[in-house]
Design a protein around this ligand. Structure first.
Ligand SMILES: NC(=O)N[C@@H](CC(=O)O)C(=O)O
Ligand SMILES: [Zn+2]
Ligand SMILES: [Zn+2]
Length: 429
């Protein structure tokens, strides 16, 4: 099956601008990219009209929670992949804090099978570092790799014991697999939900200090240096973490890092008050100074990629209020519009920079074949309307959950169609 995507705007890095081009896919790959002034013969092909819209390599999200198996009331693989597609994502990597925890080959296979049958984007499963993510006993890394896991992480919690982490890294290294870490020292957090900043001060709350994250980043950078493993830091949110990653990179440690849109556009001082748990996520929103530091970290390459940390929770759970509700916000359907509106339309970043951090950079960091709009590459494509402003309406999300602090925000950069492996999997209704 051949598909022509006509008259779209493709980012041209040399020219530093969008250029009108036609893209043809064939058998799941990109077959041709031709200048927009030509009139391609589309006879016998499916045609997608992308006139005036951005055509990009599909976005890649290396940190998401699909909640399947076990928490299907929050999300499942069918709805989670639809939410991803609606956000322009064509590849997503799902975290193992499911029920059961993804700590056996059987559960990895369950995810891959269900994704193949009911998913509409590519799903790459991570497996847990420790059994049940309890930090006590390593999982069977070789069997999990064999089953299709792409890396090891206990996301949701930090690995508290340094020897456990070192053993995990040594074993992962021997299998040529990465270790992905949620960095959080439990002894420094206890019971707090907001960061140690002006919001916590104003409301008399105990705060989560920046060191609770950065202590693990520093510890793990040393362990990564010692073991030589590819070590990837989850959802970087503090100035101190950025500083440590920058130092580790400068001395050649195999370390990479990610940041979420919410940590780039919100600080603790934006939290409106104590009743809305949609402002509660882990790591918490940090101070404006930290926001500046993670932006600079992403800009200078200290932080490699953008991820959503899509973390759906039910309305009932979030209605318990910030002290009792679980941490996390959904992210797929607002990620690109938020960053495009806040950083590209304002002129701080080029469109090419944002696209790179959401496509070819994650592909580079995790050795994926996708993420590039080139002849011969897999035909994973995202088509985006850059011109029309629209309000974020959480009740319309394809996700089962709508726990977001961005409801009502007016944004540009809304995906209109998503192609995976040459197949149109989603179009905006
Ligand atoms: N980020 C969150 O606030 N929550 C995540 C866990 C995690 O990513 O650590 C979740 O699973 O809900
Ligand atoms: Zn986490
Ligand atoms: Zn997460």
């Amino acid at each position: 099956m051949s598909v022509w995507i006509l008259n779209g705007l493709v980012w041209n890095e040399e020219a530093g601008t969008l250029v009108k081009q036609h893209v043809r896919t064939e058998g799941g790959n990109i077959a041709e990219i031709v200048d927009g002034s030509q009139q391609p013969d589309t006879a016998g092909s499916e045609v997608i009209d992308a006139a005036g819209k951005l055509v990009s390599a599909g976005f890649i999200d290396m940190h998401v929670h699909l909640r399947d198996p076990g928490f299907e009331y929050k999300e499942d693989i069918a709805t989670g992949t639809r939410s991803a597609a609606a956000g322009g994502f064509t590849t997503i990597a799902c975290m193992p804090n499911t029920r059961p925890v993804t700590d056996t080959a059987e559960t990895v296979k369950y995810i891959l099978d269900k994704a193949a049958n009911e998913g509409i984007v590519r799903v790459l499963p991570y497996a847990a570092i420790t059994k049940n993510e309890l930090g006590r006993e390593l999982t069977d890394f070789a069997a999990l790799k064999e089953a299709g896991a792409i890396g090891f992480t206990d996301d949701g919690v930090g690995v508290q014991n340094a020897q456990m982490m070192k053993n995990a890294m040594a074993l992962a290294k021997s299998l040529d697999m990465p270790v992905i870490a949620h960095c959080e020292d439990d002894s420094l957090v206890e019971g707090a939900w907001a960061s140690e900043g002006n919001f916590a001060k104003k409301h008399g709350l105990k705060g989560i200090p920046n060191e609770s994250e950065a202590i693990h980043v520093g510890r793990d950078a040393l362990l990564a240096e010692a073991t030589g493993v590819h070590y990837h830091v989850c959802h970087v949110s503090t100035e101190q973490s950025v500083r440590l990653i920058r130092l580790a990179k400068s001395i050649g440690v195999s370390i990479t890092a990610e940041v979420c849109p919410h940590h780039l556009v919100l600080s603790d001082e934006d939290i409106p008050g104590l009743d809305d748990a949609n402002w509660k996520m882990n790591p918490p929103l940090r101070t404006p100074r930290d926001v500046q530091a993670v932006i600079e970290g992403l800009e200078d390459g200290t932080i490699d990629i953008v991820v959503t940390d899509h973390a759906p929770h039910s309305a009932e759970e979030k209605a318990r209020g910030p002290q009792l509700a679980p941490f996390g916000i959904v992210g797929f359907e607002t990620a690109f519009p938020l960053l495009y509106t806040k950083f590209v339309r304002t002129g701080q970043w080029t469109l090419g920079f944002l696209l790179k951090r959401m496509t070819s950079d994650p592909a580079r960091v995790f050795n994926l074949p996708t993420g590039r709009l080139e002849v011969g590459a897999p035909a994973d494509l995202t088509i985006v309307d850059l011109e029309n402003e629209r309000e974020v309406r959480p009740e319309t999300f394809a996700s089962k959950s709508n726990n977001t602090p961005f409801g009502g925000w007016k944004l540009y950069g809304w995906p209109t169609a998503t192609v995976v492996n040459g197949k149109l999997v989603w179009t905006k209704a």
